[in-house]
Design a protein around this ligand. Structure first.
Ligand code: HEM
Length: 485
């Protein structure tokens, strides 16, 4: 007999007879709501609407059991109607499991192993120091300046381009970022990603979103085509700098003429490095600033560590990364305190499956609830607190595990995680060594309190908040200006 008859779907909140869970599914902060449901119903829950099943995995164990141990069955993706409308293809993130997916992953994997990423240390270090200098000069622009770092880094890595803050390509890239993520129309939110989650999905043909998508196809196209054309020209003229695009094109040309399809895939991979890598890293950095503004004692502890280990005669670099355990914990706690991809990217179950006597049907959308995992009280004491020391061994800390779930699971795990981690580490260590980050002051010199608020999307981020960024002291200013010379 079919397993369906003998086993039930994972438990979930009570459903309406006709519309199942449609009206209970939240449009904001879904990760936290799903986590609450999981606390009542179990680590694996399901909700149904419009004939679709959504399975939410709320613990690292459940996600590892299914998305890793059974990765052959859980590495597909559901359809992403908004991205199809935007003609945002080929796109590694949303691509179904299969031959083209493996081709993309292979390119990404070989370019972003831990070893390969160490080749990029110097670029990241130089950019982090430039960022610190710019932040001290114009702190009110902190969000835009950090965004420049992440955009410029991805353009450098993909195409070998050195772009200034007002480069046309940076603007194009940032506009694409807005289109594919949270701004403007109600696209890019998890609600649209799981179109069955709402009565009138905003992608519904004929509505606002279809028009919006059509208008923005050209800008997406531009970011696919323009920078790669430049790399091809530079290669032809023998002046191309090192980059993923250049090395792929070189590799492909060794075996004969390069096919249209190969070009499309190189465009897809380089574009996705920006699309998946820039906003995620930017948002995580904003979380860092927010955490420090609201937890001055963490800045103090980290600065003491850096002063003790690195001293004040030079700035930290990657050779210090193993000697700064508290600073590492700060980076790790930023990733956990507010996971910027709170629901991960949905996976899709390819064949009917049974897990712990629960039935998971073919075609179900399967979500690793990163937000839920970050709040798991069985793993993290007082999970809402920002407390980097939690990871330190006892008795100094709680010996809690690093939060690796921020980067997803199985064959779909984030291929940019080492690159992202290095960016976060070097920016955080550099800012802690050179800046004092604190609450902004009002006209009367009183500190402006910050209540963390968030914009929820596939990639979530803090809403703008005021803050103050100053040079730590003359020593820091001197060290930064010496490097700039
Ligand atoms: C702090 C920064 C970042 C976070 C939190 C993050 C998080 C994630 C998550 C949760 C996923 C989904 C994994 C899954 O499906 O289980 C993902 C996928 C992906 N990430 Fe990242 N990421 C970050 C930075 C980057 C960077 C810098 C790159 C650039 C190389 C990148 C490239 C990708 C790609 C291409 C995928 C799709 C993989 C696939 O579908 O097979 N990410 N990331």
């Amino acid at each position: 007999s079919r397993p369906k008859r003998r086993y039930r779907l994972p438990p979930g909140p009570p459903a309406d007879p006709l519309i199942a869970h449609l009206r209970y599914i939240p449009t904001e902060n879904q990760g936290t709501v799903f986590h609450k449901w999981a606390q009542t119903h179990g680590d694996v829950i399901s909700v149904r609407a419009l004939g679709r099943t959504l399975v939410v995995l709320d613990t690292v164990k459940a996600a590892t059991d299914l998305l890793e141990r059974r990765s052959g069955n859980y590495s597909d993706r559901p359809a992403f109607p908004i991205y199809s409308l935007l003609e945002f293809e080929p796109n590694t993130v949303t691509m179904p499991y299969g031959t083209q997916f493996r081709k993309h992953r292979k390119i990404l994997h070989s370019n972003f192993t831990r070893d390969a990423c160490s080749q990029l240390h110097d670029v990241q270090l130089t950019m982090a120091r430039k960022l610190a200098t710019s932040l001290i000069a114009t702190p009110a622009d902190y969000s835009r300046l950090i965004s420049w770092f992440t955009t410029a880094l991805t353009l450098k890595v993909s195409y070998g381009l050195d772009v200034s803050e007002d480069d046309e390509l940076v603007k194009t890239a940032e506009e694409v970022g807005h289109v594919i993520n949270n701004s403007g129309p109600p696209g890019g939110t998890p609600v649209d990603m799981f179109p069955f989650l709402k009565y009138m999905p905003s992608w519904f043909p004929g509505t606002h979103y279809a028009n919006f998508a059509r208008e923005h196809i050209p800008i997406i196209r531009k970011l696919y085509d323009l920078p790669l054309q430049k790399v091809q020209e530079d290669l032809a003229n023998g002046i191309a700098g090192p980059s993923l695009a250049a090395s792929e094109l070189n590799r492909l040309s060794r075996t004969g003429p390069i096919s249209e399809e190969d070009i499309r895939d190189v465009k897809g991979v380089t574009m996705v490095i920006f699309a998946a890598g820039a906003e995620t890293t930017w948002s995580t950095m904003l979380i860092f600033i927010l955490a420090i503004v609201t937890h001055p004692e963490v800045q103090k502890t980290a600065q003491e560590e850096i002063d003790r280990v690195v001293g004040r005669e030079r700035l930290p670099d990657f050779s210090d990364s193993n000697s700064l355990p508290y600073t590492e914990c700060v980076v790790q706690e930023v990733l956990r305190w507010f996971p910027v991809v709170p629901l991960g990217v949905p996976h899709r179950c390819m064949e009917d499956d049974i897990y712990n006597d629960m039935f998971i049907p073919k075609g179900a959308t399967v979500i690793a609830n990163s937000r839920g995992m970050s709040l798991d009280e069985r793993v993290y004491a007082n999970p809402k607190d920002f407390n980097p020391a939690r990871y330190l061994p006892r008795p100094e800390g709680n010996g809690e595990p690093f939060f690796e779930s921020a980067f997803g699971f199985g064959r779909r795990i984030c291929p940019g995680r080492h690159l992202a981690y290095n960016s976060l580490w070097v920016i955080i260590a550099t800012l802690l060594a050179t800046c004092d980050i604190s609450k902004a002051l009002d006209e009367e010199g009183r500190e402006i309190n910050v209540e963390p608020k968030f914009l929820y999307g596939i990639v979530s981020r803090p809403k703008n908040f005021p803050c103050r960024i100053q040079s730590r002291d003359d020593k820091a200013t001197t060290l930064l200006s010496e490097l700039a010379e």
